[in-house]
Design a protein around this ligand. Structure first.
Ligand code: HEC
Ligand code: HEC
Length: 337
């Protein structure tokens, strides 16, 4: 209880919009390593919303031409992401960024690689209305869901105003908050199991938090500092993604991206916002060489001088030490008619 109280003070000082969702409420059985999930005050968790959100997440009727669902790009069989560099939208056009996993997404404080959405509720409507992704207008979305009795009745049972695009977003957000993974070897170690980090995983963890200083930005236990950094990715792309600068317009923000969470990386190759690294070895080589030289490079990104053995141990830590024993395995549900 004290720990939760301290966390809420911590969150208040950071002025996180939302409230602490304590383990003893909805998330009664969160896995080791996950303490809290941000739930906005105006969208409290409920089993009915989560269930409805799950159906919506898997339903291609949420796209204009009925070909794509959220799960087409955030595929549960591909780490709730995609194994391609970029993913095709409803009309075959490709996304310009690599699909992030939605596992543990409830731990983030901003959404998208450039943090341009402030909540999962705000985020959810973006892919639907994006012509390059699901390409449906909010009007069409509402009319379509209202015409499906199985959906209309569920919405009316949960919300006084029934089917609205805002309520669709609320359900999708609630469902995604339940996609929680944890209990990695490192979580067990932090939880008091000193023997959880043995052999190469242990050596790799020492390098991650020591010599390679990865933990400076990928702060345990959730492996993000919630900030934006330029590590030199994408600087050779013909059309460079401006990252955070796209949102702020500041030169100094060019090439900055939000520090991603790092659990279950083996499931979510390729890596980085542009999917430019196919393997964790390539990621480690990139950091070892000091990232990509450019004017905005973060001062913490420097050549690391890791030996081949150290690089190998670091990769093992990333792949094995951060693999969750508890992972959301969810089948496509029966969809309403
Ligand atoms: C065509 C592929 C595609 C579809 C369909 C799609 N997404 Fe995404 N999703 C992406 C890409 C690409 C990004 C990253 C975009 C960016 O950062 O600008 C993303 C980002 C996200 C994020 C932010 C994750 C983070 O770490 O910040 C969430 C949450 C998300 N999508 C949920 C959804 C939901 C819910 C749906 C269905 C309504 C959906 N997505 C449909 C490709 C897709
Ligand atoms: C200065 C802060 C910082 C440091 C230090 C740092 N990272 Fe990162 N990391 C980031 C950011 C920001 C990204 C996203 C960059 C992008 O997508 O273009 C990232 C992305 C990654 C990814 C890709 C994750 C994904 O889902 O695509 C991996 C893996 C990773 N880092 C591992 C490491 C390792 C290993 C180290 C230490 C050798 C390290 N990081 C050090 C900030 C940092």
């Amino acid at each position: 209880m004290l720990r939760l109280a301290l966390l809420s003070i911590f969150l208040l000082t950071l002025r996180v919009p939302g409230s602490l969702c304590a383990q003893e409420t909805y998330f009664s059985d969160v896995p080791l390593g996950i303490d809290w999930i941000i739930v906005p005050q105006d969208n409290p968790m409920s089993a009915a919303k989560v269930e409805l959100g799950k159906q919506l997440f898997f339903d291609v009727r949420l796209s204009g031409n009925g070909t794509l669902s959220c799960a087409s790009c955030h595929d549960p069989n591909k780490g709730w992401a995609d194994d391609r560099k970029f993913s095709p939208g409803a009309h075959g056009q490709f996304t310009t960024r690599n699909v992030p996993s939605v596992v543990n997404v409830g731990l983030h404080r901003t959404f998208f690689w450039d943090g341009r959405a402030a909540s999962l509720e705000e985020q959810a409507l973006v892919p639907m209305t994006n012509p390059a992704e699901m390409d449906i207008s909010l009007n069409e979305l509402e009319n379509r869901l209202r015409s499906i009795d199985g959906y209309r009745l569920q919405f009316e049972a949960i919300f006084a105003d029934g089917v609205t695009s805002q309520n669709v977003a609320r359900c999708l957000a609630s469902f995604q908050r339940t996609l929680v993974a944890g209990e990695t070897a490192y979580d067990r170690f932090r939880g008091g199991h000193a023997d959880a980090l043995e052999g190469e995983i242990g050596r790799g963890s020492g390098i991650f938090f020591g010599k390679a200083n990865c933990g400076n930005c990928h702060i345990a236990k959730i492996y993000t500092d919630h900030k934006f950094h330029n590590i030199g990715t994408g600087i050779h792309d013909t059309k460079q993604d401006r990252g955070l600068a796209q949102r702020t317009g500041k030169e100094a923000d060019i090439g900055k991206f939000r520090t991603p969470l790092l659990r279950d990386l083996a499931l979510t190759a390729p890596y980085f916002h542009d999917g430019s690294k196919a393997t964790l070895q390539e990621v480690v080589d990139f950091y070892n060489e000091g990232g990509g030289k450019n004017a905005n490079l973060d001062p913490h990104i420097v050549p690391l001088q890791l030996t081949p053995e150290e690089k190998k141990a670091l990769v093992t830590f990333l792949r094995e030490g951060l693999r969750s024993n508890v992972y959301p395995r969810i089948e496509k549900p029966q969809l309403p008619k």
